[in-house]
Design a protein around this ligand. Structure first.
Ligand code: NAD
Ligand code: IPM
Ligand code: MN
Length: 356
């Protein structure tokens, strides 16, 4: 029996609701697929923990998580009560300290879902955004001086390293080889003349190693426009931490809803646990209303099973999601339905179990 230790980190707001449905789907998989068992340990870190202790996670939370195979996270953020730059520290730290330098964020227009873009049908949009996840604009270097004074100063530095850029580009090329063999890099070298020029130069150095992959690059502003105008032109899209962040909310929107968009934060060397979570946040505007779409979290669970080597289970879960969307009867309001989070989770779990 293959046993996987899964740390559950539901977090805040709708994170709690969607992880509950993801776990329901995973338990259904465990029951129907022979050969593996999932051991879940749940942590209530986030704003709930902060209310009790004044901290968003225990000081040794990284040590606690280190022994797990994977981390399954909902969302962090309770902006009405705790500033985001405090609540979100563990998320960014896990990505950096566990060297989860690859963030995979598929943006796929699934069957049964309509895009806000005219005349797009299932499959017309099928991208994999590869976000550099360990450095760049998220390094937390800088300073804040004379806070609140008229001559207040804030410095926020981005750090791009040759090692970091080379490894994410090579990863993206290998992925493009397994897909439609197109790689597009987001840049902004017209304005960011050190960091982004280095990205451009390293792309030019590495591209000849992959002559079978068609390479191009766009400034990120033009790329945002093109993702609306001609998303079918994109296959693998790679970019810095911040560019990848922004482009993937857009990716969620053009493929029907942010509530459908999954992600995987991966340490490819498997030296540390990898982390799986929806692209979306804690959505305070709908928290507590039971209408959050759990599909982004459920698809993230499928990416987690795939990463663990359980590709059959992952495929079964993806199939159950597509069946739910194609049937169209049980869906949350963000994609035009009236069902609750629990009803969608129940429907997908029943499909995994072959009951529908
Ligand atoms: P958000 O992603 O939480 O929500 C943006 C919009 O999308 C909202 O209108 C929301 O209702 C909708 N939406 C998001 N997920 C949905 C779902 N599953 N089903 C239906 N609709 C959904 O972004 P925000 O409002 O900018 O951020 C809210 C909080 O979440 C902030 O504290 C932010 O810092 C945090 N955040 C956390 C993560 C994370 O933990 N990975 C990611 C993004 C934002
Ligand atoms: C995401 C989120 C986070 C990010 C925030 C909440 C720090 O937006 O995972 O996309 O910017 O990485
Ligand atoms: Mn984001």
């Amino acid at each position: 029996m293959r046993v996987y230790r899964v740390a559950l980190y539901p977090g805040d707001g709708i994170g709690v609701d969607v992880i509950r449905e993801g776990v329901k789907a995973l338990k259904a998989l465990q029951d129907v697929c022979a050969g593996f068992r999932l051991e879940f340990v749940e942590f209530d870190w986030g704003s709930r923990y902060w209310r009790r202790t004044g901290r968003v996670a225990p000081d040794d939370y990284l040590d606690i998580l280190r022994d797990f195979d994977v981390i399954y996270l909902g969302a962090l953020g309770d902006p009405q009560n705790v500033p985001d730059h405090i609540t979100l520290v563990p998320l960014i730290q896990m990505r950096q300290r566990f060297d989860q330098y690859v963030c995979l964020r598929p943006a796929v227009l699934l069957p049964g879902v309509s895009s806000p873009l005219a005349n797009k049908k299932a499959g017309d949009i099928d991208m994999m955004v590869v976000r550099e996840n360990s450095e760049g604009e998220y390094v937390n270097m800088g300073g804040h001086f004379k806070v609140g004074q008229p001559d207040e100063i804030a410095v926020q530095t981005a750090v791009h390293t040759r090692k970091g850029v080379e490894r994410i580009l090579r990863y993206s090329y290998h992925l493009a080889r397994k897909r439609r063999k197109r790689l597009t890099m987001a840049t902004k070298s017209n304005a960011q003349k050190y960091g982004m020029v280095m990205w451009d130069n390293i792309l030019a150095e590495i591209a000849p190693e992959f002559p079978d992959v068609k390479t191009d690059k766009f400034h990120v502003d033009a790329m945002a426009m093109n993702l609306v105008r001609c998303p079918e032109n994109y296959d693998v899209v790679v970019g810095s931490n911040l560019f990848g962040d922004i482009l993937t909310d857009l990716g969620g929107a053009i493929t029907g809803s942010l509530g459908l968009a999954p992600s995987a934060n991966i340490n490819p060397e498997r030296r540390y646990p990898s982390l799986f979570e929806p692209v979306h946040g804690s959505a305070p505007d709908i928290a507590g209303k039971e209408i959050a779409n759990p599909i982004a979290a459920i698809r993230s669970a499928a990416m987690m099973m795939d990463f663990l080597g359980e590709s059959e289970a992952a495929a079964l879960l993806d199939k159950a999601v597509v069946e739910n969307l194609t049937a169209g009867a049980v869906r949350t309001p963000d994609i035009g339905g009236q069902a609750t989070t629990v009803e969608v989770g129940d429907d997908i779990a029943a499909r995994v179990r072959g009951l529908k």
